[in-house]
Each structure stands twice: as C-alpha cells, then as structure tokens.
Design a protein around this ligand. Sequence first.
Ligand code: HEC
Ligand code: HEC
Length: 419
Amino acid sequence: MTLYAASTQRTIGLVLAIVVAIGFAVYVLINIRAGRKEIGSEIELAPNRKRYFEDEILETRRLDIALTAGLAMLIIIALCLPLYWLGEPGRQDGFENLTGNQFASRGSEIYEEQCTRCHGAGGVGGEADYTILDDQGRYITAVNWTAPALNTILYRFSEEEVTHILNYGRPQSPMPAWGGPGGGPLTTQQLEYIVGYLIEIQLTPEQMASEVQEGLRESVLKEVRDVDPGATDSELVELYNTLFDGLGDAYLHDLEIKQNPEADVEEIEEAEEDLQHLLDDYLVDLAEKNAAKYGEYLFNNPAAAGSYACARCHTAGSSWNADDRLASNSDLVGLINPEIPGSGGFGPSLIGVISQFTLAQDQAEFISTGCEPNLQYGLNGVCEPSGQMPGFGVNATDLEGSVLTQDQISAIVEYERGL
Ligand code: HEC
Ligand code: HEC
C-alpha cells in the first residue's frame, strides 16, 4: 500500500519531468531556428530595435495571457505540493524497507561466511569445536560446545546487547570477539548488517513455543532412557508406561511403524502425533503436580542448541555435556568436573539463590526482564553494564511475544529455589 503510494508519486513525477524536458527541447529548437534567420541581419532583427505591440494589445490580450499563465502556475504548484507531501510517508517507508533489505542481505553474506559453521545455516543453532585446558593451560580434552540458535536472540536481548556480544564475544567459550573494541576483524558497519540479518530471521512466538515443547518431550524420553542405558525396547516401553498411562504403548507403536517398510507417510505421522499428544498431556500434568520438575526440564531444555535453556550459562560443563564425556571416558575423571546443576558458569551460581530473592515473584520478574545495564535486583544484585542475563518474558525486549510463558518462568523459579 505504502509502496504503491510511492510509485504513483514516482509516475506523476516522471510524466512531469518528461513534459518539462520536451518543452525545453522544443524551446531550444525554436530558438535555434529563429536564431538562424538572424545571421547577417542583426541590425534589422535585433529585438530592441523591433517595433513592439501597441498599448491596446499589451494592456488587454497580452496582459490576460500573462495573468492566466500565472494563475495556471499557481494552481499547479498548489496541487502538486500537497500531492508530493501525501506520498512522503510512503517514500519514507519504501526507503526504510530498502535499507532494511540491504542490511539484511549484506548481513546474510557475512553471516554465512563467519557464523554458519558454528550457529548453523539460518541461525538454527549448532556446535563449535573447543579444547578444554587445565589451569596451567595444558590440554585435557577436545569437545563440541553447543552454539545456541540465533533465530530467537532478539526476544532475549536488545539490539545493543547483541552488538555488545558481537563486539566482545563470550569469554571462556568458543564465541570469539568480532568487533573492533574486542580486537575482532569486523567493522561497526558489518556488525550492523549482521544485526539487520538477525532481525530478519527471528521466529514467530508460535514457532518458539513449539520448539520449546519439542525440547521438553525429548527431555522426558531421554531422562527415562538414561536411567538404564542398557534397557531393551520392551523394558523401555514398560518404564514409559509406568511414567504415564499409555505412553509406553504409543512409544512402541511409533517405533514399530517407523521400522515397517510398508508403512505410509500418513501412518507414520499419525503414530508420531499420538506419541506427542501423550507427552504433552504428561507435561501438562507434571506442570500442575510437580512444577519444580517441569522447571528442571525447562532449565535444561536442549532445543535449538540450548537457546531456551538456563543451564548453558548457569551450569558449568552443560554446553559440552561434561557428564556424558565423563561416563564415556574414565581417563577424564578427576580432570574435568561433573555438571552440578546451577553451580554457575558464565552466569553466577544459583545455589542458594533464595537469599538473593526473598520473594519468588521478584525472582520471576527478574528472569522475565533479564538484565539492563547496571540494573539493581534482589537483595544486592547488580547487572553488568552490558546486561548479559537474557530476558525470557514478554517484557524482555521490544519484540512482541516471549521465549517462555509466565507459568513456565514460575516453574523454573520453583526449581531454582530448591537448588
Ligand atoms: C567458533 C564458533 C563460533 C563462531 C564462528 C561464532 N560463534 Fe557465536 N557463539 C558460539 C558459541 C559456542 C556461543 C555460546 C557461548 C556460551 O556458551 O556462552 C556463541 C554465542 C553467541 C551469541 C550469544 C547467544 C546467546 O543467546 O547467549 C551470539 C549473539 C553470537 N554467538 C553471534 C555470533 C555471530 C553473529 C557470529 C558470526 C559473526 C558468531 N556468533 C560466530 C560460537 C561461535
Ligand atoms: C547467556 C547466559 C545466560 C543465560 C542463558 C541465563 N542467564 Fe541468568 N544470569 C546470567 C548472568 C551473566 C547473570 C549475572 C547478571 C549480571 O551480572 O549481569 C545472571 C543472573 C541470574 C540470576 C541472579 C542470580 C544472582 O544471585 O544474582 C538469576 C536468578 C538467573 N540468572 C536465572 C536465570 C534463569 C532462570 C535462566 C533461564 C530461564 C537464565 N538465568 C539464563 C547469564 C545467563
């Protein structure tokens, strides 16, 4: 609509410009023709020596023509100015769209070159190679460190906060500094392009909610599996059935359909949906009966390479699965620490967080908004000037929608207060 306004305006302008150009050309042509005659007869034809109109004509016909022309000019100006002004907002929007698109497309190129290998194509999340060293800088082990999805980042951090992260990177993590202030290779302009691209790829609130839910389902299934990694399929089915009525049967059905070469797409989808519905029912039930456990799943949510989770910043080692590494390689025992839930990593330890926030309500409020530079919170908390604790609620940034619902945040608080 606004673009249309701008282009109508452009057409009118173009027509006017063509009329003026043609008029000017005609004027020049006539002048040249008239000028030719003059050659050699300047004296006879010099304008100041020619006899002009009589007063009678000058004061009637000539005057009328001049006045009418003046009036016509006035009308044209009076009409065109408002018309031009009417199109102005459209032009403004068109310009902003154009520059926004240019930012995003330039940012997309830089992103592909510099970020995709860790954060995945389109910012869906990925992994980074990293080497764990001891205090003396000696090699301990090589790990894969999850690089969170960036297609939800602007729901958690403001554009300024994202720019800060890009400038300085994340200390003690594979995320390098990219901007001049942190000693990185990219210019301020290039960082702006990247942020422009990130704006373009943000998910909708519905898409976020469904990713969060998918991560929770995965967590439920995995937790039961982890109880006994050697369990057979039928033992697993038994365990799932014990957890929630019918869950094991749905799991088995899904498994069988997927292994059956004759099953068609519809049957597979149906079996998958049945399993999802049961898991969703279980999670609704859990949220009601055991909010702290539901909160624990949310705290550790593996979806989108941890971008919905708290553990990656508040539980050391969770980004590279320290526990799994320890379980699979006994040589590492004593060299790396097991994951201690909420023990602190990039963010502070949350063990005993109850003394920071006497009221659960205040804690939920803080998690919802996250840090703003130098914000004071709780008993004696003060945010870093860069505001690095993300916000997970509706009031975290200017974007509409939120990473987690109010109920989910309350459940996390319930879990945290038990740490
Ligand atoms: C070598 C791998 C690697 C590359 C290349 C890389 N990142 Fe990262 N980035 C990471 C990791 C790992 C993290 C998470 C660090 C942590 O666990 O605290 C991260 C974190 C971030 C965060 C903070 C996310 C959050 O929710 O906390 C942003 C924003 C980010 N990266 C943007 C970028 C952009 C933009 C580029 C390209 C210019 C880029 N990264 C290139 C590995 C990388
Ligand atoms: C990107 C890393 C990051 C993620 C993810 C993160 N936090 Fe934080 N959090 C921080 C940092 C950093 C601070 C310290 C605030 C500061 O100094 O800026 C903090 C502070 C806190 C505090 C205050 C602790 C105190 O005693 O001062 C609480 C509570 C908290 N986070 C809860 C959470 C919850 C719940 C989640 C998940 C929903 C979460 N955080 C996700 C980085 C993170």
